[in-house]
Design a protein around this ligand. Sequence first.
Ligand code: MG
Length: 295
Amino acid sequence: MSSLVDALERVYIKFKRAHFMTKIPQETMPHSPVRLLCTDFDGTLFDHLSQPCIPKPLLEAIQRLQQRGCLWMVNTGRDKSYLLESLLPHCADVYPDYLGTVERELFHWNGHKYHQDAEWNRSVQTIHDDLFKTHETLITKVGQWIRTNFSAQVYEDPFSPVCLIASSQEEAEIIHEGVARITAEVDQLAWVRNDVYARFAHVSIHKGSVMREVARKHAIGPHAMVAAGDHFNDLPMLDRRYAEHLIVPSNSMPEVIEKARREGGYVANSQAGQGLLEGLTQLGMLEAAMKDPNS
Ligand SMILES: [Mg+2]
């Protein structure tokens, strides 16, 4: 499966480079005030019910930001293959510089394909292996409790010994409360929820910590960072200690909108990618990006 996605990745990139790539000399550009734009994928950048799924003016704005020195990171709960399956056909010739996947792994675009950050990924893997081994009995108990009491789908994958697909938001909410009760004694174990999906993770490894790792690598401070998200698993990165500029689209969960308001972030009137573009515009992040380099 991953080799098929890798092959698709190479074909798409080759095709787009041949047909669409336009190069503008970077030295002629005014610098962007944003140095790291970190966006969630589903519901923030990408809306599978819209056509196109990612608004073209948003991709153009992001490309202009990148040309002015801004890094773009897509930070998602999807794994890399599943993300690229949806991202590559819709990203035109605009590639995120970084991918944060399954709320913990990190990949870097090298101009040809995405390479894993081996040191970071090994480290988060070890942390999770130790965590899941230490609390194996409790995690098994959670899986059995869900299977016995709900119609939700429960399975194991390489990232969590118990993963959930609930049949509804309401069921996901009830299960979330139950898991919190069963695991209340274990501070390090987090139940990471996104829509009807959930998995276990270490409480200190989340979208916020992956975003901060990218900021650390490039010595980018919170004042030059924008974070945008719409769901529960985005809450750790929607924090002004780490990114001073926050954007949440109108389709965000009420808890996410409430946190953004509390943190002084921008709550958009429009949904997903349109909301992200609205936020970037309203926060004045695109002013330098939209200036004609020849003017
Ligand atoms: Mg989302």
